[in-house]
Design a protein around this ligand. Sequence first.
Ligand code: HEC
Length: 120
Amino acid sequence: MIRALIVPLVAVLAATSVSAAQAKPAEPVQPAVDAARAQDLAKQHACFGCHAVDKKLVGPAYRDVAARYAGKPGALATLVAHVQNGTSGGWGAVPMPPNQISTADAQTVVQWILAGSRSN
Ligand code: HEC
């Protein structure tokens, strides 16, 4: 009688622990992007005056930037420098002027762009 109760209980516990182990998320390669902070910074620095996430305005859509630089080593540093110093010739005739933004803040925004510009 007791055995009849214990065997299914053990089976349930075993199944639970296996699925819990499988559900554990993989270790993140990079710290998670703070999407809310990145978007606040992009607003403060008027990035959205020339850029949108998914359509070209004056500058390229951030999703297109992410696609172009996906998997490219050094993309973060390259793009942070382009944001701070300005850049031209990469996307069309219109240059991006230099932006007054600290390296740390530019990194936050560019990491968010490279990660796909998620809204949260
Ligand atoms: C006055 C308009 C304008 C503003 C403001 C602006 N951008 Fe740009 N941005 C552009 C244009 C135009 C390009 C494309 C330049 C080119 O063709 O190389 C661009 C390109 C970029 C790129 C791609 C660079 C590359 O080398 O591929 C990134 C990333 C970017 N902008 C991020 C930002 C961020 C972050 C801000 C705010 C701090 C910002 N932009 C503000 C116009 C702007």
